[in-house]
Structures are given as C-alpha cells and as structure tokens.
Ligand binder design. Structure first.
Ligand SMILES: Cc1cc2nc3c(=O)[nH]c(=O)nc-3n(C[C@H](O)[C@H](O)[C@H](O)COP(=O)(O)OP(=O)(O)OC[C@H]3O[C@@H](n4cnc5c(N)ncnc54)[C@H](O)[C@@H]3O)c2cc1C
Length: 265
C-alpha cells in the first residue's frame, strides 16, 4: 500500500497580521510550522502504515525552506518526501496549487501504484479547505472530507466524518483522496535518529521543479491562478458601549428595549 500525504508549511499563528501599506503577510518574527491538520493527516497515514505496512510519502509545495516540514514528517515516520519548489509556483491560488500538487501525484503514480492521498481539511493561513477536494477532481478519484478516523478493508476505506450534527460513517473504494480534521490519537513525536537520516546524505527527499512534473508556466503560480487578490485588509471592528444606569428592574427594561430596537430579540 502506498499513501501520499500533503503537508503545507504555514506561519505559526491563526491570527494573520497584514502590513497595512502593502496588504501582504507580516512574516517577521513568526515561526513556520507544519499545518496542524496535516500533522493529523500524517498520523492517520502512519497508523495505517503500522497496521498494514504502507509506504508513506509526504509532498509539499513551497519555497526551499518548506523542506523542514518534510524532514519533520520523515522524522515522525514517513518513508520519503517530495518538495515542489520553483519560482513559477509562487503566488498560486488554490486552483494553481491543486494543479501543481496533482501533477506531482501523477508523476508519483507513473512510478508506483498509489492507493490513498491524505490532506488536511484546511490550512491555517489560506484557510480555504479547497485543496483536498480539488486534488481529488484533478485525479478523478472519489473524495471523503472531514474525516476523523480511517480504516482499510478489502480494497476500500471506511471513514468516520465529523460533521456539525454528528458523525457519518462512509465506505469508499480506493484509490481515493481523504481530508482529515482529527485522528484517533495525538500525532507522534519526531525521532532524533530518523531526523538525522532525513537530513543526512542518504535522505530520500526529492526536490521537483516545474520541468520535473511537466507543469507549463501558464498553469502554475500567479499565471495559472484563476483568482487574483485585489486587496487584503484586516476588518475594522468598532465597538460602542452603552452604560445602563438605574435599578436592576430599570436596567433590565432598558436592555430589553435597546435589544428589541436593534431587532436582536
Ligand atoms: C492573504 C491570502 C490571500 C489569499 N487569497 C486567495 C484567493 O483570493 N484565492 C485563492 O484561491 N486562494 C487564496 N489564498 C490561498 C493561497 O493561495 C493558499 O495558500 C493556497 O492556494 C492553498 O490553499 P489553502 O492554504 O487555503 O489550503 P487548504 O485548502 O485550506 O488546505 C487543505 C490541505 O491541502 C494541503 N495543502 C494546501 N496547500 C499545500 C501546499 N502548498 N503543499 C502541500 N499541501 C498543501 C494540506 O494538506 C492542507 O491541509 C490566499 C492566501 C492568503 C494567505
């Protein structure tokens, strides 16, 4: 069994701060980490590896320093990694990102059978939750989203989907794409010996550029993006405080009037 896990390097914050002049992300002083949902996706893959002996390959698209999340994933237990890095990939929206990841998965598929692709539900910076489903569309594979637990049985997978109203259990044929938002156990720790192997001369990490995955410049990065960010800004929140005086009864009457005037009750 071969599993690919999509892993994104993100800033260590879910409170993105923007430069008010340029509208770009302020990255100074913000550490980069593995996207939290991807850590859960990796744990899910490693649990399947423990149970079925799968080979786990992590794939990340990003600048050269994104290799850190790949080495970390391999220190946790992944068997190999691919960094997709090329100037042409910069500025990608979700369409161009999923196209690029899809092309890399096609290259992997040409090398070996691939049974399962696991992505996180959502990245904490881009926050769209679109990549997993778009990659599934690119490959033409079925997709199961919002998964909190996954089991394999007779060429298919059984997944438990965490939805607002409860948990849904589904069975899906393989190969498939799954996006996860939880895992049955906390992600495991990285092992020092594995980290040394992942960073060392015998590391099986590969770096692929646009030519390696046969992705034309017009289809990747800013040029391949179907959306354009026109403006980025932090929403201003204005708060007005009304102090209510009087006895408890007067205050309650005043509050009810104020809320009903604003159609809040
Ligand atoms: C300020 C800002 C503005 C943006 N504006 C737009 C916009 O207007 N239109 C638009 O389409 N996008 C926009 N993006 C999204 C940006 O292009 C995304 O970072 C990128 O395309 C991936 O989407 P996402 O982060 O929302 O991923 P999600 O769909 O939330 O991620 C889901 C999962 O997909 C996988 N994944 C995502 N990215 C990667 C990667 N690079 N490598 C490996 N796995 C990955 C991970 O497993 C992740 O958990 C914006 C981002 C920012 C920060």
């Amino acid at each position: 069994m071969n599993i690919a896990v999509l892993v994104k390097q993100v800033p260590d914050t879910n409170e993105i701060k923007l430069d008010p002049k340029t509208g770009t992300l302020i990255r100074e002083g913000v550490e980069s980490i593995m996207n939290p949902d991807d850590r859960l996706g990796l744990e899910t893959a490693l649990m399947l590896k423990d149970a079925h002996g799968a080979k786990v390959t992590v794939i990340s698209m990003g600048p050269p320093q994104a290799i850190d999340v790949i080495t970390e994933a391999m220190a946790m237990g992944a068997d190999g990694g691919v960094l997709l890095s090329d100037r042409n990939f910069a500025g990608a929206d979700t369409w161009a990102t999923s196209y690029t990841l899809g092309k890399a998965l096609e290259k992997l598929l040409a090398e070996t059978r691939l049974d399962l692709v696991i992505a996180g539900r959502q990245a904490i910076d881009g926050d769209t939750a679109q990549i997993g489903p778009q990659v599934a569309e690119h490959l033409g594979w079925p997709q199961v989203t919002y998964v909190s637990e996954l089991k394999l049985e007779d060429g298919s997978l059984r997944a438990w989907r965490k939805l607002p109203g409860g948990v849904e259990e589904v069975v899906c044929p393989l190969p498939a794409v799954v996006t996860v938002l939880d895992a049955p156990q906390d992600p495991r720790w990285a092992m020092v010996d594995r980290l040394l192997w992942a960073c060392g001369p015998k590391s099986p990490i590969r770096v692929w550029d646009a030519a390696d995955i046969e992705a034309p410049a017009k289809s990747t990065g800013l040029r391949g993006s179907l959306t354009q960010v026109m403006q980025t800004f932090s929403p201003k929140s204005e708060r007005k405080t009304d102090w209510i005086e009087g006895t408890a009864e007067e205050q309650a009457r005043h509050l009810v009037n104020a809320l009903s005037q604003r159609n809040l009750i």
